[in-house]
Design a protein around this ligand. Structure first.
Ligand SMILES: Nc1nc2c(ncn2[C@@H]2O[C@H](COP(=O)(O)O)[C@@H](O)[C@H]2O)c(=O)[nH]1
Ligand SMILES: [Mg+2]
Length: 359
């Protein structure tokens, strides 16, 4: 759902993540209060960058996994430094965890920016960061603070109060879902968000909004199965034995618990909103489980029957495509600008090609 159906507005949503993260670094992790004065340029970082946690560098790789551009904090490294650090031809670096972090989701732009800011800050004021905090530890702190913002309601409560401020409206979603339904296909939603938040975001995207601020469940008519709190990518692992709980949409309670007593969702940070009673819908809502449960619920006989759309190459696509053999589609909103630039620069690119051929 997130960044697939719901496109967040980076200027407001990523700034919210940035500010929430800074507050946690200052109030929970011992960073100095002057961080609260820092500002965020949401256009600076892009997906696809790699953070070198140990050295405090931000890398742009080319398609062959060579470091094309390297920055230390916000300062570009000289060609000599770059080659000396990353040009070793005998031992090829994997540029992967645990020494490197991949900025592979739009949720990570704020943390990459903050990491670069902290690298510069530490270089200029070594005594001002918490004692013993090297670049790797600062990255770990930023990661932990971002993670907490996602879990403790810092982000989701603000989005729930005013979805329009943080999520782009998209009038093409309902016609697309209707078209899929009318074609007779089954549709499912698998999201790592919990039910309360999923319902708020999907209500906003699929409207119509109720005037009294109550929530309705009209959007469920477009799906056969909704799985929330799915914990992707482990959802796609066969050996994942996570229990599947049915969620009662009106109360948000988990049903079919061990002793049969409905149970509130663990980790939900929401106060209960007033809810309209649910119109009869055939869609069933769940929390947890794994891909085997989904296959059974939808009576999927062959992987090739499934088309799965996601935004996270690791969390959504890698395993579902390579191991399960599903058909997949990766949502990359950045491509729109990329394609536009390729078109605008077509004459210069043609010129370059001709010059290259003459060499
Ligand atoms: N605990 C964390 N949750 C995170 C982080 N980054 C994103 N998220 C949450 O994941 C879901 C994405 O859902 P999906 O629909 O795309 O599957 C959403 O609820 C985010 O808040 C993180 O670093 N830590
Ligand atoms: Mg997503």
């Amino acid at each position: 759902m997130d960044y697939t159906l719901a496109q967040y507005k980076p200027a407001t949503f990523e700034s919210l993540a940035y500010e929430g993260t800074i507050r946690k670094l200052v109030y929970n992790l011992g960073y100095p209060p002057e961080l609260l004065e820092w500002t965020f340029d949401w256009k600076y970082m892009v997906r696809g960058l790699v953070l070198d946690k140990k050295r405090g560098n931000i890398l742009k790789m080319d398609r062959h996994k060579y470091v094309k551009v390297a920055y230390h904090g916000f300062t570009e490294m000289s060609k000599e430094d770059k080659v000396a650090t990353y040009g070793n031809t005998l031992i090829r670096d994997a540029f992967d965890e645990p020494d490197y972090a991949l900025i592979d989701t739009l949720f990570s732009l704020a943390e990459a920016y903050l990491f670069a800011q902290l690298v510069d800050f530490k270089d200029k004021n070594p005594g001002k960061v918490p004692q013993g905090a090297d670049y790797s530890r600062m990255y770990k702190d930023v990661r932990a603070a971002v993670d907490l913002c996602h879990r403790d309601g810092t982000l989701k409560q603000m989005v729930a109060k005013d979805p329009k401020r943080y999520i782009n409206e998209d009038i093409s979603i309902v016609p697309m879902l209707k078209m899929l339904r009318d074609s007779g296909r089954s549709t499912f939603l698998v999201t790592n968000s919990l039910w309360d938040y999923t319902n708020i975001v999907m209500n906003f995207l699929c409207g119509p909004q109720t005037l009294d601020g109550t929530s309705n469940f009209d959007w469920l008519q477009y799906f056969d199965v909704v799985i929330t709190g799915s914990a992707k990518p482990s959802f796609f692992h066969d050996e994942n034995r996570a229990s599947l709980f049915e969620v009662e949409p009106e109360s948000g309670m988990l049903l079919n618990t061990d002793n049969g007593t409905p149970m509130p969702q663990v980790g939900s940070t929401f106060l209960r909103l007033p809810l309209k009673s649910l119109k009869k819908t055939s869609c069933r809502v769940f929390q947890g489980g794994n891909v085997g449960h989904l296959h059974k619920l939808l009576a999927i006989e062959s992987s090739s029957q499934v088309l799965y759309v996601g935004d996270h190459i690791y969390g959504d696509i890698l395993r579902s495509k390579k191991v399960l053999g599903w058909r997949t589609m990766l949502v990359v909103p950045e491509l729109e600008r990329e394609v536009q630039l390729l078109w605008e620069l077509r004459d210069s690119r043609k010129q370059l090609r001709l010059l290259r051929n003459e060499r």
